[in-house]
Design a protein around this ligand. Structure first.
Ligand code: BTN
Length: 317
């Protein structure tokens, strides 16, 4: 009901009278007042003028489900939302919920994380209200060996969303770091639960630096705001990312991974570059010459020997 009242007052430029809300939604004026109070507690500034009605003056800059759902065009991703003001990491909460049976496409998001996780045991700095920190639960029918390509898919989707929303030249560093120049704007972490030949579920964790400024971020990171000079509505960025992710997810189910791999190459800032490649404490250098259909990075060393690396970390020389 709270949602319906919000819709009515959001869609009207003028005030909406209590009588009109009561008629359209068949509820009492006392009940309307109770829901308006709840909306105010959620952060909506609603002006109530006697004999005129309710007017929505501003919405909260929060990732609350009511805001995310308003204008979300997806059919599966983000249809179920778990929202936390603060959480240790959305990854662990999403994993727990997935084990308990959370639906395909469930979104777990938070305003801040106190133990944000990055790849290779690193931390993910998550300043409150400045970025997007979320994990998406997906249940693809896929072999576990294909999951790394789902991570590449997420990088392509976020890259496209950020490019569409801004004039920022976001690129992908293998496998799934999003960079502007050589600074990181988004990181992606994937965890999965699987049997030998079938994935049970995958948790795709995405951290995007949206409105953070230099004082919030490590020196190697940047944000959409820093790069474009103005702040963004985080909800709009999240909606666009979910839309792109769902589009690519469906495309992969219908057409396989090839179109996504081709698109990854378009946005890559790794291919054609000299790289240092680290895999479980082993270091090699060479030139990144291609992305294989499997999602492996193809590296040629100085003797001309070609390697395909499916996991590890890359540093551009
Ligand atoms: C990396 O680049 O190392 C991956 C960073 C992934 C960060 C996101 S933020 C939301 C989700 N929760 C976490 O703790 N990590 C991921």
């Amino acid at each position: 009901m709270k949602n319906k009242i919000l819709h009515l007052i959001r869609d009207s430029a003028a005030s909406v009278s209590g009588g009109e809300i009561s008629r359209k939604l068949s509820i009492s004026r006392a009940a309307i007042w109770k829901h308006i109070e709840e909306l105010r507690k959620d952060g909506y500034a609603i002006k109530a003028t006697p004999r005129i009605g309710y007017h929505l003056e501003s919405c909260p800059d929060k990732l609350i489900p009511l805001e995310i759902k308003n204008g979300l065009t997806t059919h599966v991703f983000g249809q179920q939302i778990v929202y936390m003001e603060s959480v240790e990491t959305t990854m662990d909460l999403a994993f727990k919920l997935a084990l308990e049976g959370a639906k395909d496409g469930t979104l777990v998001c938070a305003e801040t994380q106190t133990k944000g996780k990055g790849r290779m045991g690193r931390k993910w700095v998550s300043p409150a209200g400045k970025g997007l920190y979320f994990s998406l639960i997906v249940r693809p029918s896929m072999h576990p060996s294909e999951v790394s390509r789902l991570t590449l898919m997420s990088a392509v989707a976020v890259c496209e969303a950020l490019r569409d929303l801004s004039n920022v030249d976001v690129t992908i560093k293998w496998p799934n770091d999003l960079l502007v120049g050589n600074k990181k704007i988004c990181g992606i972490l994937t965890e999965l639960s699987a049997e030998m030949d079938q994935v049970k579920f995958v948790v795709i964790g995405i951290g995007i630096n949206v409105n953070a400024t230099a004082k919030h971020l490590p020196a190697v990171a940047t944000s959409l705001r820093q790069e474009s000079g103005h702040p963004y509505l985080r909800v709009t960025v999240l909606q666009e990312v979910l839309k792109k992710m769902e589009e690519w997810y469906l495309k992969i189910a219908q057409e396989g991974f090839a179109p996504m791999i081709a698109r990854w190459k378009v946005y890559s800032s790794t291919l054609g570059r000299k790289v240092k490649f680290t895999e479980i404490n082993q270091l090699m250098t060479g030139t990144a010459i291609d992305l294989a259909p499997s999602g492996a990075l193809v590296i040629q060393d100085k003797k001309g020997v070609i390697y395909q690396k499916i996991s590890g970390d890359v540093e551009i020389c």
